[in-house]
Design a protein around this ligand. Structure first.
Ligand SMILES: Cc1cc2nc3c(=O)[nH]c(=O)nc-3n(C[C@H](O)[C@H](O)[C@H](O)COP(=O)(O)OP(=O)(O)OC[C@H]3O[C@@H](n4cnc5c(N)ncnc54)[C@H](O)[C@@H]3O)c2cc1C
Length: 333
C-alpha cells in the first residue's frame, strides 16, 4: 500500500511527529517485487523502517519509507537437536521470542522484550544479557532494491559485530530483509552468566522463567516505549586505546570499563553521562532518563530538535570533561 505525506508518529518509538513524502508497506513478497519493479523511483532516497525503535526522525523524509508488514513463523527443518525456523521480517521481534519459548526452543530467550521487528535483528545484531542475534541467525533472505532479486546471506556473510553487520557497511542501502532463518536448539544450557541473571538457579530454570526474569529486569530499568518515548540506548559505548583508558582510570577509579578488541578498552557511556550529574536533565521535551543515563526520552511533546540539542549538549559535556567523543547509536533520519 502506498500513501503520501504520511505521518510517522505511530512508526517511531520516540514519538516524534514527522512525515514521509511516500510510505510503502507490504504484506507479501509479491507486493514488494511489484513495487520495486514498477512503482519505485530508484534515484530518490528511500529508507527501510521496521518498528522505528532505533531511529530519530529529525525532519520530514523527502523520499520513500519502505515498511515490511509480512508475517509468518514456520519450521523449515527439524534435525535432531536443531530446529530451523523461518520468520518474516514484519513479525514483531518479541512475538517471535515468545513463540520460541512456547515451543521449548532455546537461543533467543535472553533477547526477550527488545522492541522492533525481526527484519532489523540481523541489521542491528541485537543483543542483551550476554546473547546476540548472530548466535541464532542461520541465514538472512533479502531482496535487492536495484533489481528485486533474492539474495540469501549466510551467517558468515553477514559479518556480524557488536550491534553491527554487513548491512550497515558495504551492503548498506542495497537490500530489504524479507525473512530471517534462525537455528534454535531443543536442548541447550541456559546463558545466565550476565550480571543480574546470575541469581537464577540453572537447575530449576525454564525458558519461560528466564524470559519472565529478563522482562521484569528490563521493565524496572528501561522506559516502556508505549508509555515514554525513547530509542533505548542513545549513545554507543566509546572504545579507546588501553593507554588512554589507564590514564582515565587513574584519575576516575570508579569509571566503568570493559575489555574490547586487543589493545582497546570500552568505556560505559552511561557512566560518563551519569558522572556529570545529567540524569533527569532536560532540554524542551527531551530528557535524560532519571534512572538510566544512556537513554534519552520524550517526556512529552519533544521535537526532534529538542532531542538533537540534548544529545549535542551531552556529547559536549562528556568531551569537555573526559576528552572522549561519544556518538549516537540511534540513526538520525
Ligand atoms: C526501550 C528500548 C530498549 C532497547 N533495548 C535494546 C537492547 O537491549 N538491545 C538492542 O540490541 N537494541 C535495543 N533497542 C534498540 C532497538 O530495539 C533495536 O535496534 C531493534 O532491532 C530495532 O528494530 P526496528 O524494527 O525498530 O528497526 P528500525 O529502528 O526501524 O531500524 C533500525 C535499522 O534497521 C534497518 N532495518 C529495519 N528493518 C529492516 C529490513 N527489513 N531490511 C533492511 N533493513 C532494515 C533500518 O533501515 C535501520 O537502519 C532498544 C530500543 C528501545 C526503544
Amino acid at each position: 500500500m502506498i500513501r503520501t505525506n504520511f505521518s510517522l508518529l505511530q512508526y517511531n518509538t520516540f514519538g516524534i511527529d514527522e512525515t514521509a513524502q511516500q510510505f510503502f508497506s507490504f504484506s507479501s513478497i509479491d507486493e514488494l517485487v511489484d513495487f520495486l519493479t514498477n512503482g519505485f523511483q530508484k534515484d530518490e532516497p528511500f529508507f527501510v523502517l521496521g518498528g522505528g525503535s532505533n531511529v530519530l526522525l529529525t525532519k520530514p523524509f523527502a523520499g520513500t519509507i519502505i515498511h515490511p508488514e509480512n508475517k509468518g513463523i514456520s519450521i523449515v527443518e527439524d534435525a535432531d537437536n536443531e530446529i530451523f525456523v523461518k520468520v518474516a521480517a514484519g513479525e514483531i521481534w518479541d512475538d517471535f521470542v515468545l513463540w520460541a519459548v512456547e515451543h521449548n526452543l532455546h537461543g533467543v530467550e535472553n533477547l526477550s522484550f527488545i522492541p522492533g521487528c525481526v527484519g532489523a535483528s540481523p541489521v542491528q545484531n541485537i543483543g542483551a544479557y550476554g546473547s546476540e542475534a548472530k548466535d541464532s541467525i542461520y541465514q538472512v533472505e533479502c531482496m535487492s532494491v536495484a533489481d528485486a532479486n533474492l539474495r540469501v546471506f549466510t551467517n558468515e556473510e553477514c559479518k556480524f559485530g557488536y550491534r553491527d553487520s554487513v548491512f550497515k557497511h558495504e551492503e548498506a542501502g542495497k537490500y530489504i530483509v524479507i525473512n530471517v532463518i534462525f537455528k534454535l536448539l531443543k536442548q541447550a544450557p541456559f546463558n545466565l552468566g550476565y550480571g543480574s541473571l546470575q541469581g537464577i538457579d540453572p537447575t530449576t530454570a525454564t525458558l519461560q522463567s528466564v524470559r519472565d526474569a529478563i522482562i521484569e529486569i528490563r521493565k524496572s530499568k528501561l522506559p516502556d516505549p508505549k508509555e515514554i518515548g525513547s530509542a533505548g540506548s542513545f549513545f554507543k559505548n566509546p572504545i579507546v586505546p588501553n593507554a588512554q583508558a589507564e590514564l582515565l582510570k587513574r584519575k576516575y577509579p570508579n569509571m566503568v570499563t570493559y575489555p574490547a578488541s586487543e589493545g582497546f578498552t570500552k568505556i560505559a557511556a552511561g557512566w560518563l553521562i551519569d558522572s556529570l550529574g545529567l540524569k533527569g536533565f532536560s532540554i524542551g521535551g527531551a530528557q535524560v532518563h532519571p534512572k538510566q543515563a544512556l537513554v534519552l526520552t520524550n517526556k512529552g511533546n519533544a521535537t526532534s530538535s529538542d532531542v538533537v540539542s540534548l544529545a549535542q549538549h551531552i556529547q559536549q559535556q562528556v568531551f569537555n570533561t573526559y576528552q572522549i567523543a561519544i556518538s549516537p547509536e540511534v540513526i538520525y533520519l
